[in-house]
Design a protein around this ligand. Structure first.
Ligand code: GTP
Length: 336
C-alpha cells in the first residue's frame, strides 16, 4: 500500500462514513485527522495480521475472506466492503488482530484507524458507539441467516445420504444408525418391536425378461406399496438389491405377521407400468421376526432372514414368522 496523505488532508468527508452517521463529527474529525489514507492496488492484500485495526473504505472495494481455509483451496469471499463501510470492528473490540484476509478488489483508498484511536472514537464521539452496535447487530443477524441456511443445506444432504436414490426408502446407512436406537427404545420402554424382511421373487428372471429399467420400476412400485401401507411410525428400508425391510416399533409378532400378509397381497396386486404399458405382476416373500430378550440387531435381522428363506423355500409369495409357519398366503399368478 502507498501512503497518500492523512485523513485531514484528504478530500473525503466524515459524514460519508457509516460509523460516523449522525455522530459527533467534530470530535471524530479531530481523532481521525492524523490517520493515514492509503492507496491499495487491485488484488493487494491489505489486512494486518499483527495488530487490531479498523479499515474504512473511502474509494474502491475490499473482499473479506474467512480465515482457516484449507491450503490449496480457493478462499471463500464472505463479504464485500464498499465506500463508507468498515471492517475490523470485532478485532478492535477483542483486542486481537483480524484473522480475515482483506484484498482490494480494485484500486482502493483506505483509511486505517489503529485500535487506540478506534477506542477513543467509541468513547469520545457521541453516536459512534450506537452506530457500532447497530453494525454488529446487523452482522450477527446476517451471520445467523447464513448459519441457518447452511444448517438446512447440511440437513438436506444428510437426508439425501440416508435415502436410497432409486426407491426413496431409507438406506443401509440410515438402518445402521437407527436400528440400534429403535431397539434401545423398545428395551427401555419394555415395548415390542418387529421387523419384516422381504425379497422380490425371481427378480433375476424379471430383469432378464423385461429389462433392468423395468426391474427398477418394479422395485419403485414395491417401495411405494410399503410407503403407502405403513403407519407413520413404521419405517421402510431398502436393505440391498431387491431386498427391503420394514421396522414396526411397538408391534408384536402376530400383528407384524398381519402387516406382512397385507403387504404381500398388495405387492401381488400392484401393477408395474413402464411407459404406460403394464408388465406382469411381481410377488415377494416375507420373513417376520420380533425382538427377543437379549437379542441385538444382527440377531434380529438374521432371524427375519431365516424366516424369509423359509418363505422362499416353501414356494415364495408368502409370509413366514420367526420359527413357526404362522402365516402363509397361497401364491398367485406372477411374472416368473
Ligand atoms: N433392476 C434392478 N435389479 C436389481 C437391482 N438390485 C438387484 N437387482 C437384481 O436382483 C436380482 C436378484 O437375483 P437373485 O438374488 O438371484 O434372486 P431372485 O432372482 O429374485 O430369486 P429368489 O430371490 O430366489 O426368488 C439380480 O439379478 C440383481 O441384478 C436394482 O437396483 N435394479
Amino acid at each position: 500500500m502507498k501512503l497518500l496523505s492523512n485523513f485531514a488532508a484528504s478530500s473525503h468527508r466524515l459524514t460519508d462514513l457509516q460509523l460516523l452517521r449522525d455522530a459527533d463529527v467534530r470530535t471524530a474529525g479531530a481523532l481521525l485527522a492524523a490517520c493515514p489514507v492509503m492507496l491499495a492496488d487491485a488484488g493487494e492484500i491489505v489486512s494486518d495480521a499483527h495488530r487490531p485495526r479498523l479499515t474504512i473504505v473511502l474509494r474502491g472495494a475490499l473482499a473479506v475472506q474467512a480465515d482457516g481455509e484449507a491450503p490449496g483451496r480457493a478462499p471463500t469471499v464472505t463479504a464485500k466492503i464498499l465506500p463508507g463501510e468498515s471492517v475490523g470492528e470485532q478485532s478492535v473490540l477483542d483486542d486481537e488482530p483480524d484473522p480475515a484476509i482483506l484484498t482490494a478488489l480494485e484500486p482502493s483508498e483506505l483509511l486505517l484507524v489503529g485500535a487506540d484511536v478506534a477506542w477513543r472514537l467509541i468513547e469520545e464521539a457521541d453516536g459512534v458507539a450506537r452506530n457500532l452496535l447497530r453494525l454488529l447487530s446487523f452482522r450477527i443477524r446476517a451471520a445467523n441467516v447464513q448459519l441457518r441456511r447452511r444448517q438446512k443445506l447440511g440437513e438436506f444432504y444428510r437426508q439425501l445420504s440416508m435415502n436410497d436414490g432409486l426407491t426413496g426408502l431409507h438406506n443401509r446407512a440410515w438402518l445402521n444408525d437407527m436400528l440400534p436406537r429403535l431397539l434401545g427404545t423398545a428395551r427401555q420402554t419394555d415395548r415390542p418391536l418387529s421387523i419384516v424382511m422381504l425379497d422380490i421373487d425371481h427378480f433375476k428372471r424379471f430383469n432378464d425378461r423385461y429389462g433392468h429399467p423395468q426391474g427398477d420400476q418394479a422395485l419403485r412400485m414395491a417401495a411405494q406399496v410399503l410407503a403407502c401401507a405403513l403407519r407413520p411410525t413404521d419405517y421402510a428400508v431398502r436393505y440391498g438389491g431387491e431386498e427391503m425391510m420394514v421396522i414396526l416399533p411397538d408391534t408384536c409378532g402376530s400383528v407384524a405377521a398381519l402387516v406382512a400378509q397385507r403387504l404381500c397381497e398388495r405387492v401381488r396386486q400392484a401393477a408395474v407400468f413402464t411407459d404406460g404399458t403394464p408388465l406382469p405382476h411381481i410377488t415377494a416373500s416375507f420373513g417376520v421376526a420380533s425382538l427377543a430378550p437379549g437379542q441385538d440387531e444382527q440377531a434380529l435381522i438374521a432371524t427375519a432372514d431365516a424366516a424369509l428363506y423359509r418363505a422362499k423355500s416353501a414356494g415364495r409369495d408368502r409370509v413366514e414368522v420367526d420359527g413357526s409357519a404362522a402365516a402363509s398366503i397361497p401364491p398367485a399368478a406372477s411374472a416368473a
